[in-house]
Design a protein around this ligand. Structure first.
Ligand SMILES: C[S@@+](CC[C@H](N)C(=O)[O-])C[C@H]1O[C@@H](n2cnc3c(N)ncnc32)[C@H](O)[C@@H]1O
Length: 308
């Protein structure tokens, strides 16, 4: 077996949003090499670069040639325990290699759940004898994917899953009795999730959440345009959440006012895209000290900004 580090990082694109990654990279004049000529899901970029429209970034990739399935599996096992396959060719051979690796937990996660600190590697096959792998990746979830034990009866929409994912990534969530503002709350998935944690929720929306959400202990509703309410109107709060459908600059201006007011320190907001993504606004969000912008597994054509 021979192995060699690859020069740079591998960007694993998001199925359905590959075009957004290319656009983001093109906008900044960054050059990249598709790892495989006919497949564009994994891109190699030189240097320690980042991007928003990625499912995962492979931080220290290397490539090695192998002859047998056992040789490939042993090479990975000798480095660490956790390896997630990301295959787009050689599926049968890939499955045989994965069978020889320690099993990954395949059960769905409960919430609250904190992502483990142990490294989660990724690997792929370029052809029958060439494996590319990275022991460290930006996502703690296998291949950048997390699934939860869903509640299919109580929440009125599946939107709560992206809130659960963001809070799991952040490693912290509202505590019992903590005050939360949920802007763009209807039909009430996030308010449901927050009230399940025992938080005191002020749900703000122009349209009311479903009745069963309004009936929940700790949920109060304010019918209003969230953005015409100043932080001083709403007062001190533990968290501000926003899932409002709006152009990103509108949300940014509201968040700027919150940061300037000092009335809240923790935020989770969806940056929704209408048409081509507004990466200039995204970069402004990402520039807020201590914060992160990610594309969650449960995000659609949107990104999530959080500061905790
Ligand atoms: C994607 S939905 C939110 C889903 C919600 N997070 C859930 O879990 O069910 C977006 C909401 O934003 C609301 N909205 C749009 N503009 C708003 C504004 N300026 N102020 C308050 N709510 C707004 C819409 O009425 C809609 O209910």
């Amino acid at each position: 077996m021979t192995g060699a580090p690859l020069p740079g990082r591998i960007f694993q694109g998001i199925p359905r949003f590959f075009h957004e990654l290319y656009r983001e990279l093109d906008e900044q004049g960054r050059s990249y090499t598709p790892l495989c000529q006919d497949k564009t899901r994994l891109l190699l970029l030189s240097g320690a670069e980042k991007a928003f429209w990625v499912q995962n970034i492979w931080l220290n990739p290397f490539k090695f040639e192998f002859d047998t399935i056992s040789e490939a599996a042993n090479a990975l096992r000798n480095i660490q325990r956790n390896w997630a396959p990301v295959l787009f060719t050689q599926f049968r051979r890939g499955a045989l290699i994965q069978e020889k690796l320690p099993a990954l937990p395949d059960r769905k996660r409960p919430f609250p759940w904190k992502a483990p600190d142990t490294p989660m590697g990724c690997w792929t096959l370029l052809d029958e004898r060439t494996l590319v792998a990275s022991p460290c990746c930006t996502s703690a979830f296998p291949g950048g994917i997390i699934e939860f034990e869903e509640n299919k009866t109580d929440p009125p929409s599946r939107a709560y899953l992206k809130l659960w994912e963001a809070l799991s990534l952040a490693g912290t969530w509202p505590q019992k009795g903590e005050r939360c503002i949920d802007a763009g709350a209807s039909p009430g998935g996030w308010s449901w999730a927050l009230s399940e944690l025992g938080a005191q929720v002020l749900a703000i929306d122009r349209a009311p959440p479903e009745g069963r959400i309004l009936d929940r202990a700790g949920v109060e509703y304010l019918k209003h345009d969230a953005f015409t309410l100043r932080p001083e109107d709403l007062g001190k709060t533990g968290w501000v959440f926003s899932d409002v459908i709006c152009y990103p600059p509108r949300l940014y201006a509201w968040i700027e006012a919150w940061l300037a007011s000092g009335l809240c320190k923790k935020f989770v907001c969806t940056i929704k895209m209408q048409g081509p993504s507004d990466n200039e606004s995204v970069r402004r969000f990402a520039g807020i000290p201590g914060s992160r912008v990610v594309h969650l597994h449960h995000n659609k054509h949107e990104l999530t900004w959080f500061l905790v």
